[in-house]
Ligand binder design. Structure first.
Ligand code: HEC
Length: 199
C-alpha cells in the first residue's frame, strides 16, 4: 500500500534525523513521529465532513434543485467545515488547485500535495484511497484526495446547463472549478493538528 510505504519511510527518516540531531533527548524522536492515532483522528474528521457536506448537498438538490443547491453550498459549506473543526478539535478544510471559492486556496504544502496527487493518479494510483501525511513545524498534517463523481459534473463539469452556469457565474465570477470529468482529481480534504494536542 503506497501510503504505508510512504508513511514508514517518513517515520524512519525523521526518527533517524531526530536521533542523529539529539541522541540524548528521546522526546525529540516522539515529536517527529507520525502515529496511527493521528492518522485515524484525521480520517474520522474527513469522513464526518464528507458525510455532512454530501447530506446538505443531497437535501438541497432534492428540495430546491441545483440552483438552490448552489446557494446552500455557498452559505453552508464553510460553516459546516468550521463546525467539524470545532467538534473534532482540529483544523479541517477543503482545498483544490482549481477553485470555485478563493477562500479555499491551498497553502504551499497543500499545493505541493495536490500536484503530487495528480502525478500519483497519472501513474495509476486510485484517487479513492489517496492520502498524504507530514509532521513538521509543530503540527501533524494530513490530506485525502477528493475524486470527481458523476453527480459533481452538473456543477463542476464541462457542459454546465443554463440557467445553472449563469447562477454560478454570478456568485463566483472568478470560478475555475469547471471542466472536470468523473474520475478527475477535484481537490482534497486537508487536516492540521497541533502536535501538543496529539502527544
Ligand atoms: C449544486 C452544485 C454543486 C454540486 C452538484 C457540487 N458542487 Fe462542489 N461546489 C459548489 C459550490 C457552489 C462551491 C463553492 C462553495 C463555497 O462557496 O464555499 C463548491 C465547492 C467545492 C469544493 C471546494 C473547493 C473550491 O473549489 O472552492 C470542492 C472540493 C467541491 N466543491 C467538490 C465537489 C464534489 C466532489 C462534488 C460531487 C460529490 C461536488 N462538489 C458537487 C457547487 C456544487
Amino acid at each position: 500500500m503506497p501510503l504505508r510505504r510512504r508513511f514508514y519511510t517518513l517515520l524512519i527518516s525523521t526518527s533517524l534525523l531526530a536521533l542523529a540531531a539529539n541522541a540524548t533527548e528521546p522526546a525529540a524522536t516522539a515529536a517527529t513521529q507520525i502515529t496511527d492515532a493521528q492518522i485515524s483522528k484525521a480520517r474520522t474528521a474527513v469522513n464526518a465532513l464528507q458525510t455532512e457536506l454530501q447530506t446538505a448537498l443531497q437535501n438541497a438538490m432534492r428540495d430546491g434543485g441545483p440552483i438552490a443547491a448552489i446557494e446552500v453550498c455557498q452559505l453552508q459549506a464553510l460553516p459546516i467545515t468550521a463546525s467539524i473543526s470545532e467538534q473534532h478539535k482540529l483544523y479541517i478544510r477543503r482545498t483544490a488547485l482549481k477553485l470555485r471559492n478563493p477562500a479555499n486556496a491551498p497553502d504551499d504544502w497543500e499545493a505541493q500535495q495536490l500536484a503530487d496527487f495528480a502525478a500519483r493518479a497519472e501513474r495509476g494510483e486510485s484517487l479513492a484511497t489517496m492520502e498524504a501525511v507530514s509532521r513538521a513545524d509543530g503540527e501533524f498534517r494530513y490530506m485525502k484526495a477528493i475524486p470527481t463523481g458523476a453527480a459533481c459534473t452538473g456543477c463542476h463539469g464541462t457542459q454546465i446547463a443554463e440557467p445553472l452556469a449563469n447562477a454560478l457565474q454570478e456568485r463566483y465570477p472568478a470560478d475555475q472549478a469547471t471542466g472536470f470529468a468523473a474520475g478527475d482529481l477535484r481537490g482534497a480534504f486537508s487536516v492540521r493538528i497541533p502536535i501538543a494536542d496529539t502527544l
